[in-house]
Design a protein around this ligand. Structure first.
Ligand SMILES: [Zn+2]
Length: 197
């Protein structure tokens, strides 16, 4: 209870200061996944902070930034390499849409006095990010179709191997048997779906 009261007294002020647009409030390291099985298809949607996918959330400025974003989009466009199901299911990608949403927070925390800071070791990219208070998210929507969908007994999240800054995913699964929520982390990347079929 003590913790709850403490959180309540701090959080509403932070929330009201945020002017988020297409980017929901997110926690760096944590993404969300929605999976729905229907007939021989399943859909999968992913929302992940830019911090998890490319390690930054500011607009891609340098050529290196742009390369990182392009490589991420290219890899996110191949969902069956990130969210791996049994070969026996014979799944192929029917559609894959990947986008990047950016949101500039209207107000940000007052910056401290920078005049005393050492300049030699100063990381300018991080400094700029602090000032802009920008958050970005990668959004992806997929539909897969499978010859033998009953052969899917789980999903292995190689996503965590590809994106080393990602720590966890909150996963919602809907199947004809109902709906369930799971949490998948990089220490255990196997989602067991046997009870969903
Ligand atoms: Zn963020």
């Amino acid at each position: 209870m003590k913790h709850l009261v403490l959180a309540m007294s701090v959080f509403p002020a932070a929330l009201s200061a945020e002017q988020t647009r297409s980017v929901d409030a997110h926690v760096h390291g944590a993404g969300t996944v929605g999976i729905a099985f229907s007939g021989s298809d399943f859909s999968l949607s992913l929302e992940a902070p830019g911090a998890d996918i490319v390690g930054f959330e500011h607009a891609a400025v340098t050529a290196e930034d742009r390369d990182l974003v392009q490589a991420a989009i290219s890899d996110l466009a191949k969902p069956l390499t990130l969210f791996v199901v049994s070969d026996e299911a014979g799944c192929t990608v029917k559609s894959a849409n990947v986008s990047v949403a950016m949101s500039q927070i209207g107000e940000h925390e007052t910056e401290g006095d920078h005049s005393g800071e050492a300049t030699e070791e100063h990381d300018h990219s991080e400094h700029a990010e602090d000032h802009a208070a920008v958050h970005s998210e990668f959004h992806a929507e997929y539909v897969m179709t499978c010859q033998n969908i009953d052969a899917i007994d789980g999903i292995r999240f190689d996503y965590f191997e590809r994106f080393p800054n990602a720590q966890e995913l909150d996963v919602q699964v809907v199947s004809p048997k109902g709906a369930r929520a799971y949490e998948i982390g990089r220490s255990d990347v196997e989602l067991d779906l046997r009870e969903m079929f």
